[in-house]
Ligand binder design. Sequence first.
Ligand code: SF4
Length: 338
Amino acid sequence: MKSKQSAEGMWTTYPTELGEETSLNRTLTLYVIKPFNPWGSTLCTCPPKYSLHPYTGCSHRCLYCYATSYIGLKYSTPKSNYLRRLQYDIKRVNPKLPINMSTSSDPYPPEELQYRLTRKTLEILIPLGFKILITTKNTIFLRDLSILAKGNVAITLTLTTLDENLASKIEPNTPKPKDRLKAIEKAIQHGIPVGVRLDPIIPYLNDDPVEIRELVDTVSSIGVKFIVTSTYKVRPDNFKRMIAAFPEIEYRWRRLYYIDGEYRDNYRYLPLNMRMKLLKIVIDCARRSKLSYATCREGLTSKEWFNAKSCDGTHLIPLKIKPTIHKYNMRKLSQYSN
Ligand code: SF4
C-alpha cells in the first residue's frame, strides 16, 4: 500500500497490486522504457510502472491533451533507433513491473499502420512475459488482437462521449465512439480485459448525467468491468484550443477555472465541490452497473471514489506467460542497485 495526501484533506492509502516487492530502479540508463513520470503530479495514484512510447507526439490532436504542454503539438513521429534501444532496455528493466504503452502519446496513431512500431514491440515483449497495459483511443489494436490475446495484456480505452459530433470536435483524429465500442467488445471476446477511461469530463460539454449514464451502461453491457474518470484540467495551451473551438463557453470556463477553481501542480482545477459532483455521476453509474471504479489525479482516494485495485487499469493485466528473462534480468538489476 502507498500513501498520498488527498484533496479531502487527509492521508489515505491506495491499493497497489504490486506491493512492496516491486521497485523502480531510477539509476539505470534506459532509453525508451522509462520509469513512469506523472509530470510531477502529487495527486497521481498510479502504481510503479514503466512508460513506453514508440512515437513522439500524437496525431489524434485531442483539444484537451495535456501532453502538448510538455512536448509541443506534434504529429506522431517514430522514435529514432527505437527497436535497437528497446532491445537494450528490456535487459535492464524490472520484469515484475507493468509497461504502459503509452502515457503521453497514443501507441496506435494512424501512422502505426505504416510503421508498425507498436506491433513490433508487442512481438518482442509479449513472448518474454512482460506485463503490458495498452492505453489508446484508436481501434487499430484490432489488427493485433491475436498477439495481444496471448500475452499479459490489458487495454484501457478512452471514451469521453457517445455523441459523434462532440467526439469529432474534441478528439478530431480518432475513431467514432461507436467504432471504439465495437473494438472494446471484440477485444473482450478475445479474452483481453478492457477498462474504460471516461477522461476528461469537461463542464458543459460531456457532463450531462443522462449521457454519462448511457455511456457507463453501454460499456458495462459489453463486458467492461472497470472505469476510471477524471475532470478536465486547464493548461494554457489546451485552454487556447478549447476556447477557440467553443467560444460560447469561454466566459463560464474562465470563471470556473480561473476564479472559483484552484491551481495545483501546474494545472487549473475546477472547484472541489464541482469536481465531486461530476465524478459522483460516473461513480454512481459504475456502482449501479457493478463496475469497479477509480478517479485519476483528483486527490479523491477514499472508497467512495476509488474501489478498484489500481487507478490506471494495471490490475486488469492477466498472467498468461511467465517472464522468461526474469533471472537474467534480476542479476543485472542487482549489479546496478544501490
Ligand atoms: S490521444 Fe492522448 S496523447 Fe494523443 S492527442 Fe489525445 S489526449 Fe493527447
